[in-house]
Ligand binder design. Structure first.
Ligand code: ADP
Ligand code: MG
Ligand code: MG
Length: 516
């Protein structure tokens, strides 16, 4: 579906006094409502917080395309659940060249293969986020949404995104509709309802219920020195307040010493050092906000811990299979003819709560894709290599990594491929480039600007912006009961000059859409 909605000229003009007041109101709102990050190099326990990087005004987004992306989420949830349940497919795609050339993906796939026949917990939990950019290939305003990637592990900013939307609604109310500087900002129905914090916490609670022990806890596996901790803490508070479920936080490395798995029952137990006389706590759900990048595994002991946790009876969010399903290599293989039909339309696939799907659903979903090519020695792979070296300005080259900052763009691609070719190779090892995929560049509409406020600064910077829409999904599957829900959205807005948009690395701001 393409939309020809013209985006309004943005941002609307305002007086310096209005501008200063909006900065004051947004920063104080952010600080009072935990729409915050830790400052760099915080002490432990922390003694201060800064507002998360934010957009002063919400950014216009075509309503039809927003609704489309939201409506596709249950189908995407079903797709990725079915991928995680299809061992043969995961072996074919992830056990091939990728696992031989990419050490991290290789460890993940081999580790999963090692434990998968011993697993005692059939139920899996997914907290997903499907990311999109607006695509205006002709520069004519005839827009589409195109998927950037699908995240199956540690999808973040659900809580802060809810706060961003609440903040923009607050500004609407507190300032007589933003001082009536624009008709779009005056209409409350242009601010979509959005509660990813509530919905993700409910998803974690569904996992906890499916586990079936009222005394059990949810384990948050987190990174050392995480600055985005309030985004996680809000989920803990919501679990406790709305569902009466306790959460325990540990870094992945800590668990090497702490985690115990009972030999016969396979329950995952955590001792409670604060209550030495109490028995260890049983874990119902393991929620990873870590364990997705090589630096989370500084030694082999982290891999040992991952396998220990995977073998336990706790429900994993995500399982290793589901993490593998989120690889960019999978995204590329899904683009090959017939693969999507097989996953969504074949009658042999497990019921994962999306209802009976039709070719029209498949077509709708596929319309959100842009060209993805393998970098292997197949015919298509050879074509990709030629395109990447003759027309690099059309492409981004992606390794199997998460967390931002890993991609190679445009004219940097040919010299990068040259360097890869120089790297030493063992006999029989595939070429290094096979660990990558080649993706066409999505071309966001030009001419949209906004005021971005960097955390901890008392001024806003006006930038030509690109906004990335994330749609959350929650999926419980593999057991008797299935939960398959959309769970709200995220809008991250960055200056057009930067290719990557990591909020944590200070490039993107957390925004909310103004539906037009
Ligand atoms: P990660 O898993 O590290 O977040 P992504 O695939 O999301 O990797 O890429 C990181 C960023 O790069 C995206 O947020 C987006 O800003 C940019 N990007 C990725 N793919 C494309 C694309 N095909 N066209 C334009 N920009 C892209
Ligand atoms: Mg990702
Ligand atoms: Mg991303």
């Amino acid at each position: 579906m393409s939309s020809s909605t013209a985006l309004p000229e943005w941002p609307p003009a305002m007086t310096p006094e209005q501008h200063a007041q909006l900065i004051l109101l947004s920063s104080t709102y952010a600080l009072s409502h935990g729409f915050t990050l830790l400052p760099p190099n915080s002490s432990q326990p922390p003694t201060s917080a800064i507002p998360a990087p934010l957009s002063l005004l919400p950014t216009p987004f075509p309503r039809g395309l927003y609704d489309l992306a939201v409506s596709l989420q249950p189908i995407y949830n079903a797709l990725y659940a079915r991928i995680a349940l299809d061992w043969e497919f995961l072996d074919r795609v992830m056990g091939g060249s990728v696992s031989k050339v990419d050490t991290f993906q290789g460890e993940l796939w081999r580790g999963w293969r090692q434990v998968r026949d011993e697993l005692v917990q059939p139920i899996q939990l997914g907290v997903f986020r499907s990311d999109y950019l607006l695509h205006d290939s002709e520069g004519t305003g005839g827009m589409e949404v195109k998927q950037v990637e699908f995240n199956t592990i540690a999808a973040s900013f659900g809580a802060l995104s809810q706060r961003a939307g609440e903040m923009h609604r607050y500004l609407h109310k507190a300032t007589n509709s933003y001082y009536s500087i624009s008709p779009e900002l005056s209409n409350a129905s242009n601010f979509p309802a959005n509660q990813p914090l509530k919905n993700i916490a409910t998803g974690l609670a569904e996992g906890w219920k499916a586990y079936g022990n009222d005394e059990a806890v949810v384990l948050f596996v987190v990174q050392d020195g995480e600055r985005n901790v309030f985004d996680q803490k809000w989920l803990e508070y919501e679990l406790l307040e709305a569902h009466g479920i306790q959460a325990i936080r540990h870094t992945f490395s800590d668990l090497a010493n702490l985690a115990q798995v009972d030999r016969s029952s396979k329950t995952l137990l955590l001792p409670s050092p604060l209550e030495p006389d109490s028995p260890p706590r049983e874990v119902a759900v393991i929620y990873y906000r870590s364990a997705y990048t090589p630096t989370d595994y500084p030694s082999s002991s982290e891999w040992t811990t991952r396998l220990l946790l995977e073998r336990s009876r706790a429900i994993k969010c995500p399982s290793m299979a589901l993490q593998l399903a989120g690889a960019k290599k999978i995204q590329q293989v899904l683009c090959e003819p017939g693969v999507l039909e097989d996953f969504l339309l074949s009658p042999d696939r497990p019921d994962v709560g999306a209802g009976p799907l039709t070719q029209a659903d498949v077509d709708r979903l596929r319309q959100t894709w842009i060209g993805l090519l393998p970098m292997d020695n197949s015919l298509l792979g050879q074509e990709a290599y030629t395109l990447a070296t003759t027309h690099p300005e059309r492409y981004v080259l992606k390794p199997q990594r998460e967390g931002g900052g890993n991609n190679i763009y445009r004219e940097n691609i040919p010299p990068y491929l040259k360097e890869l070719e120089k790297e030493p190779r063992q006999a029989g090892e595939p070429e290094k480039k096979e660990a990558y995929i080649l993706m066409e560049l999505i071309e966001p509409p030009k001419g949209v600007s906004n005021w971005l406020v960097r955390g901890g600064e008392n001024k806003a910077r006006k930038a030509d912006v690109v906004s990335e829409l994330g749609v959350y999904g929650v999926m419980l599957f593999g057991g008797d009961d299935v939960v398959n829900n959309g769970a709200g959205t995220l809008l991250r807005t960055k200056g057009r000059e930067s290719d990557e948009g990591g909020v944590a690395i200070g490039i993107s701001s957390i925004d909310s859409p103004l539906l037009v």
